[in-house]
Write a protein that binds this ligand. Structure first.
Ligand code: ZN
Length: 739
C-alpha cells in the first residue's frame, strides 16, 4: 500500500508538471459495469468540505452511506439534509426514471450539483457506486487522503441492469470466513452492482448456521480436528441478521444454501440418525466428499428438514431459499431398506428418482411459506418437480433449454467460465487452485455467452462461484509467498479479483454491448481502486501489443501496461524478471520467444507472473493433451512408482489412452503397471510393460473410466525407471478415445 501510494504520487507529480488535470479526468471515465448510456459534458463537479448531501425521505441510510464513504477519504464532515430538492448532492426516488427499470438510476453530475434519481433504493445505491467511480481512486480509502483534487467529470448517466440475477456464491462451509470478511465480500460485490449472494453455509466439512432446535449442528458440526486445535466456526442468528442488514443497504440479497441430500456430513456427525446407516462420523479435516446422504425413508429426516427450513426462512427475508442438491451418489439409498420402501410406495424405478421426490416435498414446504426453491441443476434433472424452481446450471449451459422447458428458471454458472476457484493461468508459479478444468482467464470469464433478457426468459441471470475446498480449514495446498498473512482471505481475494469485475459486466450488460478490449482498458484503472479498498487481486501480466519478426529473424516485443500507473520489468535471457530487472520503456528485441519475460510491477511486493508462452505440443496432437513430463532428476534407475496429476484430462466416463514419449537423453524409459487413481481410490489398472526408446519413443496404455466425479483430483501412477541411467526426458499425453 505504502509503495503504491508513492508510485501514485510520483505519477501524480509528473502529471502535475505536464498537465493540470485531476487524476480522474486524466484517466478518463472507466465505469464497470459499463452503463447503458453515458454522456460526458463540459466541466466537472468539485467536492468541497462545505458540500451538503440532500436526500428524500426514506433514503437516509443511503445518504449516510455516501456521507461515510466520502468523509473517511476526504477527512471532511459532510452535512446531511432531508428534502427532495436540497443539497449539492441530491438523492431521490423516481420510479419513472431509467424507463422505470428495477435497480435503474439516472445520474447527472454538473459543475455545481449532482442529482441522482433511482427507480428504487437499489437504483439509488447503484447511482452512488457510479458516482464513486467518477471520483479519483483515493475516494475508496478508509484513511484520509491529502492533496487529492476531489473532482468528478460532468456526465449524464442513464443505467439499469439487463438481468435481475447477478450473483456470487461464497463457500463458507469448507473454510469458515468470519463475519467481517463476508461483509467485505458483500461490499465488493455491491461496488460492482452484483445483487445475490448465495451463502454456501453447509457442506461435509462444516455446518455454519446456528439452528436453535438442533444445537449440535454447530456444537459438533461446525468444528473439525482435535479439541486442542479446533478448526471452523459458525454464524449465530444475530450474526446473520447483521449480515442481512449489511447486504440490504447494499442491494445484496443473501440467499442461504441449506445443502442436502449430499454434502452434509457435518450434520450427520452431529446427528447420526440423519443418514441411512446411522453410523457415527467426524467432521473431516481434509477435503472430502461424503457418500452419506440424508435418509429419505425416515420420518425424522423430514421433521429435521422442516425444522431447519422453518428457522432459516424466519431468519432470511430473501425470496429464494437454496437447497443445494448437487453431486449425490445414490449407493446408500440403494442399500437402505427404508429408502427402498419409499421407492416402492411411490412407484419410483431408480434410486435417483428419490432425489426428485425429496425436492418435491421441500418445494411444497417452501411454496407454503411463499418462497421459491433454488438449487444446483440436479434438482430438476432427477424426476419431475411440480413447483417452478430455479436451477443453477453448472455443467453444460446447453442443457438449460431442456431443463427449463418444464416451467423452471435457470441461472448460468458454468464451471468452465464462472468458477473462480480455478486459476487464471497455467503459468508455472501460478497459485495452486482447482484443477479439474482448464484455467479461466479474465477474457474467458468475460466471453461467457448469455442471451438477452426479457421477462419471459427462462434464464434469470449469471453467477460466479467461489469454492474454498482448495484451502480447507486454512490449509492452502501451495501458496504464493506474499499471501502469508490472512492467507485464506488473501487467497480468496486473489482468485476472485479481478474476475468478479468480468462477472459483473457479463451479468449487467447486454451481450451485444460487450467488448473485451474496451473492458480490459477500463479494468486497468480499477486496480488502484481495489488497492484503496484493501482488496487483494491477481496482478495481470503486461499486454503484448505486438510481437513482430524482424528481417534478421529476431523478435520485437511491444508491450502495454495492463495496470494503469504500474511499471513493467523484463528480461531477455530466459530467466524470470525480478523487481530490479530493467524497466520497460519501448520495444524490446530478443532472439527467441522463450528468452523474453516481462511482468507488471504494481509495488515491490505486488507484481504479476511473467508473460509465459506455453511450449508448443502441436507436433504431438494425435496423442491428446499434454499432461506431464519427465526429466533426468526425477527418474530412478530401479522400478519406482511415478505419480502425476491428470485432473482435467479425465473429463468424464469413457476410454482413455495415456502415451509416454521419449524426447531426449541417452537412456530409455522402462515402464510397468499403470493405475488411474481418483484421489487414493484405484479406478483402473493396466498390467503391461514397455520401453520408450530412441527407435520407438511412444508407449501407450489404454483404460476405461466408469466412476468419473467432477471436482475430484485424478492421478496416474506408473512403475518407471531409466534403463542403465536416468539421462532421459519425455512427455506424457492423455487422450479420450471413446465416450
Ligand atoms: Zn435411507
Amino acid at each position: 500500500m505504502k509503495k503504491r501510494k508513492s508510485l501514485l504520487k510520483k505519477t501524480l507529480l509528473s502529471c502535475l508538471m505536464a498537465c493540470s488535470l485531476s487524476s480522474a479526468l486524466a484517466e478518463g471515465i472507466n465505469i464497470i459495469p459499463q452503463p447503458v448510456r453515458l454522456e460526458q459534458q463540459a466541466g466537472s463537479f468539485r467536492l468541497t468540505s462545505s458540500a451538503v448531501i440532500g436526500y428524500q425521505a426514506g433514503l437516509k441510510e443511503h445518504a449516510e452511506y455516501l456521507q461515510q464513504v466520502l468523509s473517511q477519504s476526504t477527512g471532511w464532515d459532510f452535512r446531511l439534509v432531508e428534502g427532495k430538492n436540497q443539497g449539492d448532492i441530491r438523492l431521490a426516488l423516481s420510479p419513472d426514471k431509467a424507463q422505470g427499470k428495477a435497480e435503474g438510476y439516472q445520474l447527472d453530475v454538473k459543475p455545481g450539483r449532482i442529482v441522482l434519481y433511482g427507480t428504487d433504493k437499489g437504483g439509488v445505491f447503484y447511482g452512488i457506486q457510479t458516482l464513486l467511480q467518477l471520483f479519483p481512486a483515493e475516494i475508496y480509502s478508509s484513511q484520509r487522503q491529502k492533496g487529492v483534487d476531489w473532482t468528478a467529470p460532468a456526465v449524464s448517466v442513464f443505467d439499469a441492469p439487463e438481468r435481475p440475477w447477478r450473483g456470487m456464491m461464497l463457500d463458507v462451509a469448507r473454510y469458515f470466513f468470519d463475519k467481517e470478511f463476508v461483509k467485505k465480500y458483500i461490499d465488493m460485490m455491491a461496488m460492482y452492482k452484483l445483487n445475490k449472494l448465495q451463502f454456501h453455509l453447509i457442506d461435509d466439512s462444516g455446518w455454519r448456521l446456528e439452528i436453535k432446535k438442533y444445537p449440535r449442528l454447530t456444537e459438533i458440526g461446525a468444528w473439525a480436528g482435535p479439541d486442542t486445535h479446533r478448526l471452523g466456526g459458525y454464524y449465530t442468528q444475530e450474526d446473520i441478521k447483521e449480515l442481512i442488514a449489511y447486504g440490504q443497504l447494499r442491494n445484496v440479497e443473501i440467499i442461504p444454501e441449506i445443502e442436502f441430500p449430499a454434502h452434509m456430513l457435518s450434520a450427520v456427525a452431529a446427528y447420526p440418525w440423519l443418514s441411512c446407516t446411522g453410523l457415527q462420523h467426524e467432521v473431516p479435516v481434509q477435503h472430502f466428499i461424503s457418500r452419506d446422504l440424508l435418509c429419505v425413508g425416515k420420518e425424522s429426516s423430514y421433521q429435521f428438514l422442516s425444522d431447519v427450513l422453518d428457522e432459516t426462512v424466519s431468519l432470511f427475508p430473501s425470496h429464494y431459499i437454496n437447497i443445494g442438491g448437487d453431486e449425490a451418489v445414490y449407493d446408500r439409498w440403494k442399500e437402505c431398506p427404508k429408502c427402498q420402501e419409499v421407492m416402492k410406495r411411490e412407484g419410483l424405478t431408480k434410486a435417483s428418482d428419490l432425489q426428485g421426490y425429496l425436492t418435491n416435498v421441500v418445494a411444497d414446504m417452501m411454496k407454503k411459506k411463499d418462497r421459491t426453491v433454488v438449487g444446483w441443476e440436479e434438482i430438476i434433472q432427477r424426476g419431475k418437480v411440480n413447483h417452478p424452481v430455479v436451477a443453477l446450471m453448472w455443467h453444460n449451459v446447453g442443457d438449460t433449454i431442456q431443463a427449463t422447458k418444464t416451467g423452471h428458471k435457470a441461472i448460468l454458472t458454468p464451471a468452465t467460465h464462472m468458477y473462480l476457484d480455478f486459476p487464471e493461468s497455467g503459468t508455472p508459479g501460478e497459485i495452486k487452485a482447482a484443477g479439474w478444468m482448464p484455467p479461466i482467464s479474465v477474457e474467458k470469464c468475460y466471453s461467457m455467452e448469455v442471451n438477452d433478457y426479457s421477462p419471459e426468459s427462462t434464464v434469470l441471470g449469471v453467477q460466479g462461484c467461489f469454492w474454498s475446498d482448495q484451502f480447507i480449514h486454512g490449509t492452502v495446498l501451495q501458496e504464493l509467498p506474499l499471501l502469508n498473512e490472512n492467507r485464506s482471505e488473501n487467497y480468496a481475494e486473489y482468485l476472485t479479483f479481478p474476475r468478479l469485475l468480468a462477472v459483473s459486466e457479463v451479468a449487467w450488460s447486454k451481450m451485444s454491448r460487450r467488448d473485451y478490449k474496451d473492458f480490459s482498458n477500463r479494468l486497468s484503472h480499477h486496480y488502484a481502486r481495489l488497492d484503496y479498498k484493501g482488496c487483494n487481486y491477481r496482478v495481470p501480466e503486461p499486454q503484448i501489443v505486438s510481437m513482430k519478426e524482424q528481417a534478421d529473424g529476431k523478435l520485437e516485443f511491444t508491450l502495454a501496461p495492463s495496470v494503469a500507473g504500474a511499471e513493467i520489468v523484463y528480461t531477455t535471457d530466459g530467466r524470470y524478471p525480478n523487481i530490479h530487472s530493467p524497466r520497460y520503456t519501448g520495444p524490446v528485441t530478443v532472439d527467441n520467444k522463450s528468452d523474453f519475460h516481462a511482468m507488471t510491477l504494481v509495488t515491490d511486493r505486488h507484481y504479476s507472473l511473467p508473460i509465459y508462452f506455453a511450449p508448443d505440443y502441436s507436433a504431438y496432437k494425435q496423442y491428446g493433451t499434454f499432461t506431464a513430463e519427465w526429466k533426468p532428476l526425477q527418474i530412478q534407475t530401479v522400478m519406482t512408482p511415478w505419480r502425476f496429476e491428470c485432473t482435467g484430462k479425465i473429463s468424464g466416463n469413457g476410454t482413455y489412452e495415456v502415451t509416454f514419449i521419449r524426447t531426449k537423453g541417452q537412456n530409455n524409459l522402462k515402464l510397468g503397471t499403470l493405475q488411474l487413481l481418483k484421489r487414493e481410490e484405484k479406478l483402473a489398472e493396466v498390467v503391461q510393460s514397455g520401453t520408450a526408446s530412441e527407435a520407438a519413443p511412444a508407449v501407450t496404455y489404454r483404460f476405461k473410466v466408469d466412476a468419473f466425479e467432477a471436482g475430484t483430483p485424478f492421478f496416474v501412477e506408473v512403475q518407471a525407471c531409466g534403463e542403465g541411467g536416468n539421462e532421459t526426458s519425455g512427455l506424457v499425453f492423455i487422450k479420450k478415445v471413446e465416450d
